[in-house]
Design a protein around this ligand. Structure first.
Ligand code: ADP
Ligand code: MG
Length: 227
């Protein structure tokens, strides 16, 4: 199991008020499993990914990710855990603007245990169809190409799990479908689990397993919970 959570609750304190954003009775993701999560804006999808990545702390409940009880890790341990096991892909790529495609891919492994060399980074960029763009800066690539660099950067550290938060939100429908197909194939080849958050039904439809966040997150049904 890559992710296993029970009675996961996340609340924010806003003065005297408590805002319950997440209340997830149970959710599991198996090794190498792929799932699309969709749901309304503000329903807590990004918050859940942040918890899984150890970027935020839950209020109560259990959460085990890649055999680590993330609720028991210190902040420094969570940083190391994230670098070793997970990769994140964002809507806006987060490529470093002053670095070429191949340098951005190499930086993806900079804090993890896997050593990446130029040969493996080149092979990954070839795998995502950018063999002729190795020395291009982000500004010299199309949006779709930049997102494919972000996919290669996520894969280079050989993660057990990739978390992709609206990865196609900046792409037109054709490139969106291409990037997601690439991501899914590459994860399948490597036995890497994949969570894609998307509000695009055409993207979610490609996945065998789809989760409606309104069914997963009980906080959405509770008065005083998230909208
Ligand atoms: P989604 O990704 O589904 O659009 P988010 O996970 O970003 O939703 O946000 C879920 C809810 O949590 C929103 O209602 C948002 O306003 C609230 N929220 C996020 N961060 C904070 C914070 N630091 N303090 C209080 N509320 C927050
Ligand atoms: Mg979000």
């Amino acid at each position: 199991m890559v992710v296993s959570t029970r009675n996961l609750v996340l609340e924010y304190r806003l003065g005297a008020e408590t805002l319950r954003v997440l209340d997830i009775p149970s959710w599991d993701l198996g090794d190498g499993e792929q799932v699309a999560i969709s749901g309304p804006s503000g329903s807590g999808k990004s918050t859940l990914l942040n918890l899984v990545a150890g970027l935020a702390l839950l209020t109560s409940g259990s959460l085990v990710v890649c055999d680590h009880d993330v609720t028991r890790l210190s902040e420094a341990e969570r940083d190391r855990f994230r670098a070793a096991h997970l990769a994140y892909i964002f809507q806006t790529f987060n490529l470093l603007q002053g670095y070429t495609a191949i340098e951005n891919v190499l930086l993806g492994a900079a804090f993890g245990p896997v050593r990446a060399d130029r040969a493996s980074a080149t092979a990954l960029l070839e795998r995502v169809g950018l063999g002729a763009r190795l020395r291009h800066l982000p500004a010299e690539m199309s949006i779709g190409e930049q997102q494919r660099v972000a996919v290669a950067r996520a894969l280079v550290k050989r993660p057990q799990l990739i978390l992709a938060d609206e990865p196609t939100g900046s792409l037109d429908p054709r490139h969106a479908a291409e990037v997601v197909a690439l991501l899914r194939d590459a994860c399948r080849e490597r036995g890497c689990a994949l969570v894609v958050v998307t509000h695009e039904t055409s993207i979610a439809a490609a996945f065998d397993r789809r989760l409606d966040f309104r069914e997963l997150n009980r906080a959405l049904a509770t008065p005083g919970g998230a909208p």
